[in-house]
Design a binder for this molecule. Structure first.
Ligand code: BMA
Length: 328
C-alpha cells in the first residue's frame, strides 16, 4: 500500500463542466445497458461520433452481465442519439471482452484503440473502420497493456501511440507509467520509450494511463492522461464492498517532433471528482476517465470522460488555458 497519501484534490479553475451532464447514460440506450462510460469521440463526416463502453445488466439490481460497445451520433457534441444496436464486441473461448474505446481519425479513417481482456492477460487492440459497422482488427499487443491512443498523424514518418504496459513483477505494486511506441504500418510496434512515470505526477501514488488521443497545437501535442491515487482508508464508494482508488484527469504537453519528451506538465489535476455524479452515484465513484477530446475551431476543447464508471460526461476549457497550465 502506498505511504504517500494524496489528500484533497480540486479541478482546475479553467474547466467548466457541462450543465447538462451526463451527456449519455443507460437510459439513452435502446438495448440492454447499465454502465455507459469511457467513450471515445471524434468529428467525422460533419457530425460528432462516439463509441462508448456498455457494461450491460441491471443498474437497479446492481448486476453486470457483459460488455459491448455502442455507437452514438450528435450534431453539436452535446445531444446524442444512440444507434439501435451495439457496434463492436469481441468474445470467444480466449477473449472475454473489448472495452474503453478511443477514436483517432488517421489518414481520413477512424481508428479505434481498445483494451481486450483475454484468458491470458489484457491486450491492447487497434481496429480501423469506414462506417462504424465493420471493423478490421489490425493489431493486438502482448499482455499486459492497455489505454492505447494513436496520434492523429505520423511523426517523423512513423505511426505513434501512447500506451500503458503493466509490469506487475518488476515495478512493484500497481505503479504503472505512460509509454510510447512507433510503427511503420500500425501492425508492428517497437522503439518503446518511457514518457511519464508515476513519480512525476504529484496527484498520483498508484498508476497513470493515456486518456484521449493527443491533439496537435503549434506548441506541442496536448495530451490528457488519467492519474490514480489509492487510500486504504477509503471504504464503500459504489456498488462494491470497498473502492479505494480515485481517478483524476491530468494534462501535459509533448514535443511535436519527439513526442516521448514531456515539455510541459501541469502539477495539479485538470479534473478531480467533485460533482455528485462523480462522487456520490454509480458503480465506482471518484473515477474520472477521459477518452475523447475535440479541439473546436474557436479554441474550445471538449473533454469527454467516464464518471464513476457509470455515465459519460463533458467538460470544456479553452485551448490557450490548457497550454498555459502546461507552462506554454
Ligand atoms: C481501470 C479500467 C477502466 C475503469 C477504471 C476504474 O482499470 O478498467 O475501464 O474506468 O479502472 O474502474
Amino acid at each position: 500500500m502506498p505511504d504517500d497519501l494524496i489528500g484533497e484534490l480540486h479541478s482546475s479553475p479553467v474547466i467548466t463542466r457541462y450543465a447538462g451532464n451526463p451527456v449519455l447514460s443507460h437510459t439513452d440506450v435502446p438495448y440492454n445497458a447499465a454502465l455507459v462510460f469511457n467513450a471515445g469521440v471524434a468529428k467525422w463526416q460533419g457530425r460528432y461520433v462516439m463509441v462508448f463502453r456498455n457494461d450491460y445488466g441491471s443498474v437497479e439490481e446492481q448486476r453486470l452481465e457483459g460488455t459491448n460497445m455502442g455507437l452514438a451520433f450528435s450534431d453539436d457534441g452535446l445531444h446524442w442519439t444512440v444507434e439501435p444496436k451495439p457496434c463492436f464486441e469481441m468474445h470467444d473461448d480466449e477473449i472475454r471482452r473489448a472495452y474503453d474505446p478511443r477514436i483517432t481519425l488517421l489518414e481520413g479513417r477512424p481508428h479505434l484503440c481498445f483494451a481486450v481482456d483475454t484468458r491470458h492477460g489484457v491486450r491492447g487492440g487497434i481496429a480501423v473502420t469506414d462506417d462504424f459497422e465493420h471493423f478490421e482488427v489490425i493489431s493486438l499487443s502482448a499482455p499486459d497493456n492497455r489505454n492505447m491512443v494513436l496520434f492523429p498523424e505520423k511523426v517523423g514518418g512513423r505511426y505513434v501511440r501512447l500506451e500503458r504496459p503493466f509490469p506487475v513483477y518488476s515495478r512493484g505494486g500497481e505503479r504503472f507509467d505512460i509509454w510510447l511506441a512507433d510503427s511503420p504500418d500500425l501492425r508492428y510496434w517497437g522503439n518503446s520509450q518511457l514518457v511519464l512515470g508515476v513519480e512525476r505526477v504529484p496527484f498520483a501514488n498508484t498508476k497513470l494511463g493515456p486518456a484521449a488521443p493527443p491533439v496537435k497545437t503549434p506548441k506541442g501535442w496536448l495530451t490528457t492522461f488519467h492519474a490514480v491515487d489509492t487510500d486504504p482508508s477509503r471504504g464503500k464508494n459504489g456498488w462494491e464492498k470497498a473502492w479505494k482508488k480515485r481517478y483524476c484527469a491530468g494534462i501535459m504537453l509533448l514535443d511535436l517532433e519527439n513526442p516521448a519528451k514531456v515539455i510541459g506538465l501541469c502539477a495539479e489535476p485538470l479534473l478531480a471528482p467533485e460533482a455528485p455524479y462523480e462522487t456520490d452515484e454509480g458503480f465506482r465513484t471518484h473515477v474520472i476517465f477521459p477518452g475523447g477530446i475535440i479541439l473546436e475551431d474557436d479554441g474550445e476543447v471538449k473533454i469527454y470522460y467516464g464518471a464513476s464508471d457509470t455515465v459519460t460526461c463533458l467538460a470544456t476549457a479553452h485551448v490557450d488555458d490548457l497550454l498555459k497550465l502546461c507552462g506554454a
